[in-house]
Unconditional design. Structure first.
Length: 164
């Protein structure tokens, strides 16, 4: 066995330059193969990243468009809310004025009823006048029903009234 090892060692040392050259060739081929594989992998990675960037850019454009639409919708809603608030203030003012007018009318009506009651108590002629029936021609004005026309038998629907 030692002779076999010794012969192997003698062969290697005698052909050292040959083995060194083959080793260098193998190293250059391995390094070249590794460089090509790395370049190919980098190319695929760059291509994948480019596709991802393009896809993300498209998504970002869509999201940006959706965001802009939401901002516009919010602005429109804010404008509508402001308009509704303005209209509500107008309505509130009108309702307050109407309530004031109704309160005045109630007060006036109560005052008239009280004065009529006092007049009936204190003046017999006024009580007698107030106890008489209202003529039909005047009753339509007081109760809001249609008044008789110029012929006296047909109600006037508001078209033939004369100025008083």
């Amino acid at each position: 066995m030692t002779t076999l090892l010794a012969k192997g060692w003698a062969f290697v040392t005698s052909k050292a330059r040959l083995f060194l050259e083959y080793g260098l060739i193998i190293a250059v081929v391995a390094l070249g193969s590794w460089s090509v594989a790395t370049w190919w992998q980098n190319r695929a990675t760059v291509q994948g990243l480019t596709e991802n960037v393009t896809d993300l850019s498209g998504r970002l454009g869509g999201v940006s468009h959706d965001l802009q639409a939401a901002v516009n919708a919010n602005k429109d809603q804010d404008d509508a809310i402001a308009e509704l608030k303005r209209l509500r203030a107008i309505d509130s003012k009108a309702l307050n004025e109407l309530q004031g007018e109704l309160a005045k009318a109630d007060t006036k009506g109560e005052t008239v009823r009280r004065k009529l009651a006092e007049l009936e108590k204190s003046n017999a002629d006024a009580k007698a006048l107030l106890d008489t029936a209202v003529p039909p021609a005047l009753a339509c004005v007081l109760d809001g029903s249609p008044c008789a026309g110029p012929a006296g038998d047909q109600p006037d629907r508001g078209g033939n009234r004369q100025a008083r």
